[in-house]
Design a protein around this ligand. Structure first.
Ligand code: BTN
Length: 251
């Protein structure tokens, strides 16, 4: 099982920071850290993550000795979060902006931050999922790009604790699955496919992911392979389904 032992903070700096500390101190596989509120929530690539108190699922999971599953963990986590959201708030349909931002209707509902010490055999999987955030609760800089399950669904309240259980169940199931299955599920939700993406080094049309989870891009001079750790996609675009088929959008 995953999710026990569990440490819950009413407020902490970052559940990932707490998770890392516990992992470095020998916490077992499956240890969970949650919080009602974070003072210093961290996002990918040095960004911060903010969420009004008690409106979001803020969780970090210590995972040990994942073996080959470690490589696809960013994709596994994104698929699990999508599935949990869709189950909790039908008829929402989630899509994934490579590598693991979860979107509903072109707005971000969840982000995933994976940190770790592979040499020491541990990884911390951090997930921030906007559950019951209202439209006026987001800071102004996020109001046009963020959403919550409540806003995207039928407006009914969803308990954060129920979302936690659902995310843990989906993760547990998906962590054990063959890579091919995870890749298929991720590809079904690829929000960038067919869109023009720009990164620190060029631009091109997103053409899916390879079997290691790297983004493939058709660019001048051929097909490129971009690694999530190295590439910063400067902007994000609308899901491909909102575009005319075959008409890539410059972001
Ligand atoms: C991103 O989209 O940039 C990743 C955001 C990850 C946020 C979560 S909230 C729980 C956990 N603790 C953190 O400090 N960050 C992750």
């Amino acid at each position: 099982m995953i999710g026990t032992p569990r440490v819950h903070h009413r407020s902490c700096d970052s559940t990932n920071a707490r998770g890392r500390e516990l992992a470095a101190g020998g916490a077992p596989h499956g240890t969970l850290v949650t919080a009602d509120e974070q003072a210093d929530g961290r996002g990918r690539q040095g960004r911060s993550w903010t969420a009004p108190a008690r409106t979001a699922l803020l969780m970090s999971l210590v995972l040990r000795d994942l073996g080959p599953a470690r490589e696809l963990l960013p994709l596994v986590a994104a698929v699990a979060v999508c599935e949990a959201c869709e189950e909790a708030a039908p008829p929402v349909r989630c899509r994934i902006k490579w590598p693991n931002d979860v979107w509903i209707d072109g707005r971000k509902v969840a982000g995933i931050l994976i940190e770790g010490r592979p040499a020491e055999g541990w990884t911390v999987l951090g997930i921030g999922l906007n559950v019951s955030t209202g439209a006026g609760d987001f800071p102004p800089e996020l109001s046009a790009t963020a959403t919550s399950l409540r806003l995207a669904g039928d407006g009914s309240q969803i308990a954060t604790e129920a979302m936690l259980r659902s995310v843990l169940d989906r993760l547990y199931e998906r962590l054990d699955q063959p890579p091919a299955e995870v890749l298929t599920r991720w590809r079904e939700r690829d929000a960038l496919h067919g869109l023009v993406v720009r990164w620190n080094g060029g631009d091109g049309v997103a053409a899916g992911i390879d079997d290691s989870g790297a983004l493939l891009v058709d660019a001048e001079g051929g097909c490129l392979r971009l690694d999530a750790g190295e590439v910063h996609l400067r902007t994000a675009g609308a899901p491909a389904t909102q575009e005319a088929p075959g008409a890539p959008q410059r972001l």
